[in-house]
Write a protein that binds this ligand. Structure first.
Ligand SMILES: [Fe+2]
Ligand SMILES: [Fe+2]
Length: 170
């Protein structure tokens, strides 16, 4: 069993991760509309990773005898005026998610819940990678995205991203 507050925060985070998946699917939809199938592919895979995060947290709660409650997933409602807009929104979103993961980690630390801290060490590290990936995409777009040939090459590069299952196994 887990501390009720820690359990509640992780349960809420499942919803946040599913929202992240939804948000990135929405980004991918925008890029498909714009004919940027590589950017769309990158975010489709990102959405799969976010769903994985939700499933890992679900398994973690279930392995600890906790009942998981699913809530409604919010509607992504942003409008984009340039291919750079989702990239910036993505970085902003990941920074926000990092703060949520940190809150869970702190709540676990406050009650000496070393088991949750150990599990969430993975998510803490993962958020560092998520922020870096989002920031790298912005930098690449700013360097190459404003020239049609550069944008084409970047789109082709992003098309090569393939899905890999998460390294955390519960
Ligand atoms: Fe995530
Ligand atoms: Fe993420």
């Amino acid at each position: 069993m887990l501390d009720p507050k820690v359990k509640e925060l992780i349960n809420t985070q499942i919803n946040q991760e599913l929202y992240s998946a939804y948000l990135y699917l929405d980004f991918a939809n925008y890029y498909y509309d714009e004919g940027l199938d590589g950017f769309a592919n990158w975010y489709d895979i990102q959405a799969q990773e976010e769903r994985d995060h939700a499933m890992l947290m679900r398994t973690y709660l279930q392995n600890n005898g906790e009942r998981v409650t699913l809530d409604a997933v919010a509607k992504p409602d942003q409008t984009f005026n340039s291919p750079e807009d989702p990239l910036k929104a993505g970085l902003e979103h990941e920074i926000y998610v990092t703060s949520l993961i940190n809150t869970i980690y702190k709540a676990a630390q406050d009650v000496n819940d070393f088991r949750t801290m150990q599990c969430f060490d993975w998510f803490v590290k993962e958020q560092g990678e998520e922020e870096k990936n989002a920031d790298d995409l912005i930098k690449k777009y700013q360097l190459f995205g404003h020239d049609p040939k550069g944008l084409y090459a970047l789109n082709q590069e992003l098309l090569t991203r393939t899905y890999a299952a998460p390294s955390l196994v519960l």
